[in-house]
Design a protein around this ligand. Structure first.
Ligand SMILES: [Fe+2]
Length: 306
């Protein structure tokens, strides 16, 4: 109906205020197209402001692979990027591509996408007067924070390994007859994987010639926390240990007080390899309680393997 269409168009694609996204969710569509014409002038202004203020901080605190990635993706500093343009530059480098989604992707599906070199990508953007951290991901977090990392072959292979670990987890629990035991074990394994992912892909620090640099996308997309993570005396920074990361709870609504350091992406890849060995050995079966919560949809996604 024309009236409905005009409402959908004028509301744009703003975080928590995007009728197009609400409709897609209502229709049960997880994977969607990016309806580029729906972005409003305000949506583009938000992108422009976010991108402009991050530039100097990336130069100072981001790892070199990210800086190279930003350059090779030719990200538009002025307008919200079109995923098809981003993918045209990205795909030849590592085979990865950004794939538009309507919202939360249950854990197994998320990791399985990574295994297939697809990255579930939020297409909405935060309001232009709320540029600081939001708990919800948006296209700035996903495309400016994550996707440049996917141009790096060693990092891309690490994401694929995470995806393979999820398949291993699904296979390991598939044979458990007792349902309560199966759910308990799977909850623990998902929790351990989610923590390891959080402390590396989302909030990781890396050693480099010039000192510590950021490679975690939660930091790369946060104007305040990228600097805080490197310079603040309030942050504990330690060489990563698997046994610590998988048992360490975290909260998402404030700056992280504890961050872990890797030496390189080859190092990170070897840790994900090791994580899978630990999973097979049963060392992820009794992760310490605490955040993150593992929800029913995450569990079902593993039990049904998607
Ligand atoms: Fe993220």
């Amino acid at each position: 109906m024309p009236r409905q269409n005009s409402v959908v168009e004028s509301a744009g694609l703003t975080t928590n205020h995007a009728p197009f996204i609400e409709q897609a969710r209502h229709d049960g569509q997880l994977y969607i197209q990016q309806p580029y014409e729906l972005y409003t002038g305000e949506n583009h202004v938000a992108w422009r402001r976010l991108f402009a203020r991050m530039g100097p901080r990336w130069e100072r605190y981001a790892n070199e692979h990210f800086l190279k990635g930003i350059h090779s993706l030719c990200l538009d500093p002025v307008n919200v990027p079109k995923l098809e343009d981003v993918n045209r530059f990205l795909r030849p480098l590592t085979g990865f591509q950004a794939k538009a989604v309507s919202g939360y992707v249950p854990a197994f599906l998320f990791f399985d996408c990574l295994r297939n070199r697809s990255f579930p990508t939020t297409i909405t953007i935060r309001p232009s007067d709320q540029l600081d951290y939001l708990p919800e991901p948006d296209i700035f977090h996903d495309v400016a924070g994550h996707v440049p990392m996917h141009t790096d072959p060693a990092f891309a292979e690490t994401l694929v390994r995470f995806g393979e670990c999820a398949h291993t987890a699904a296979e390991l629990v598939a044979g458990i007859r007792d349902e309560a035991r199966q759910v308990r074990r799977l909850t623990s394994i998902i929790k351990a994987m989610a923590r390891f992912f959080w402390f590396t892909v989302e909030f990781g620090l890396m050693r480099s010639k010039g000192g510590l640099r950021v490679y975690g996308s939660g930091l790369l997309s946060s104007f305040g926390e990228i600097e805080h993570s490197i310079v603040s005396p309030e942050v504990q920074r330690y060489p990563i240990q698997i046994e610590w990361a998988i048992n360490q709870s975290f909260e998402i609504d404030h700056y992280q007080p504890l961050l872990f350091i890797v030496d390189s992406f080859d190092h990170l890849f070897s840790l994900v390899d090791q994580l899978e060995d630990w999973m097979r050995d049963g060392k992820l079966n009794n992760a310490a309680p605490g955040e993150p919560e593992v929800n029913e949809r995450d569990l079902m996604s593993f039990l049904q393997k998607g």
